[in-house]
Design a protein around this ligand. Structure first.
Ligand code: HEM
Length: 371
């Protein structure tokens, strides 16, 4: 597909699919030709806080909002979070019994990002269970008792959205009174310095962090563990010097088993692309997972090469919407993998293991991974 038909129209989904690296990068990067406002057919009042958040808007609004929220993800802020992430990783690893089977997803890669993001947002420990439930619901829909009709599902969704909205509204009021070191307080202080983020925008941003940062990071960590068992020779090399090898290894996991497989854009004006006529308003989907395996960009693209350089993968997107949480996701993966290797250098897949990816066309990860 990448060579013969880098772009094609899917009439069922009514969307253009893009498979090769060069075109995917161009679509993600080109904000003048491709919009991130995927809900542009809705009136502004009908849009959810998430649709109005950073990931769903274009410049000039995106530019000012991004400049503001960048403050919460600077290298200095990340340095501050590192020991706290290490503490959470240690707490999770302490619970592992080295003599029994461990489900990496349930015990490590799932809880770590949720706990980290709730600490970053300043969610009190006693609310973390509820917070985890909401987060799961928003990302993956209901686990049990799935509603039988679409309207019942939408009703439930509406209820969860409202609960989240009110939760953060109250949280913001609390942080205004008693600021802490969390992101909400940092952004409220920025607001006071004359740069504005409305309360709705701040709530939308909190919900976006919850959604954008959890399952993606879970999948990065699970996929890294899976790659370690898939490529034992590479793992032997990583074990010899984890500190030096892990940063590039994590980039290769992001490329080889990309947690986010696709991203959508809306075509802004009629154009010709690879001989196809695209119309303004058409939906277009660069397939990041496919672009990251493009031989034109990555020699030996089907091989897992832990010191691949350069490794200009698109796993975190490209251009103005490049993942805000990339430094945090990389840090979480590095901390937990390094600590795991120190404690349990040798491990193998459980005898009962079968590869079962989570059910999604857009994200890639494992439902469970017993070792
Ligand atoms: C944007 C992937 C972790 C917050 C994005 C985009 C991708 C992505 C592909 C680009 C979206 C677009 O172009 O439309 C990932 C992956 C992650 C990860 C693979 C983990 C391995 C995180 C974390 C956070 C986060 C931990 C925050 C806690 C965001 C935000 C945006 C974003 C706020 C929107 C940026 C903007 O529109 O300017 N992410 N993400 N992500 N990500 Fe991540």
């Amino acid at each position: 597909m990448r060579k013969e038909s880098p772009i094609r129209w899917d009439s069922e989904r009514e969307a253009w699919d893009v498979f090769d690296y060069a075109t995917s990068k161009m679509v993600l990067e080109n904000k003048d030709l491709f919009s991130s406002d995927r809900s542009q057919k809705k009136a502004d009042s009908e849009k959810t806080p998430l649709e109005r958040s950073l990931i769903g808007i274009d410049p000039p609004k995106h530019t000012s909002m991004r400049a503001l929220v960048n403050r919460a993800f600077t290298p200095k802020v990340m340095k501050h979070w590192k020991p706290r992430i290490a503490r959470i990783a240690t707490m999770l690893l302490d619970k592992i019994d080295p003599k029994s089977e461990v489900d990496i997803v349930e015990q490590l890669s799932y809880p770590l990002p949720v706990i980290v993001i709730s600490e970053i947002l300043g969610v009190p420990i006693e609310d973390q269970e509820k917070f985890k439930e909401w987060s799961d619901w928003v990302v993956a829909g209901p686990k049990d008792n799935k509603p039988e009709t679409i309207s019942a599902l939408m009703e439930q969704q509406e209820r969860v959205n409202k609960e989240l909205f009110h939760y953060f509204k109250e949280m913001i009021a609390l942080k205004r009174e008693t600021p802490g070191e969390d992101i909400i307080s940092v952004l409220l202080q920025a607001e006071e310095q004359g740069v504005t983020l409305t309360e709705d925008e701040l709530i939308g941003f909190c919900i976006l962090l919850l959604i954008a940062g959890n399952e993606t990071t879970t999948n990065l960590i699970s996929n890294a563990f899976y790659c370690f068992t898939e490529f034992p020779e590479a793992y032997e090399r990583i074990k010899e010097n984890p500190l030096a090898t892990l940063p590039l290894t994590i980039e290769e996991v992001l490329r080889y088993r990309s947690p986010v497989q696709a991203m959508g854009r809306v075509v802004k004006e009629d154009m010709d692309l690879h001989g196809h006529s695209l119309k303004a308003g058409d939906f277009i989907v660069p397939w990041i997972g496919s672009a990251n395996r493009d031989e034109q960009q990555f020699p030996n693209s089907q091989q897992f090469i832990i010191d691949r350089k350069p490794n200009l993968h698109l796993a975190f997107g490209k251009g103005i919407h490049f993942c805000l949480g990339a430094p945090l996701a990389r840090l979480e993966a590095e901390v937990i993998l390094e600590e795991w290797i120190k404690r349990f250098p040798s491990f193998k897949r459980a005898a009962s293991f079968t590869l079962e990816p989570i059910e999604s066309a857009f994200v890639y990860g494992l439902k469970e991974f017993k070792v």
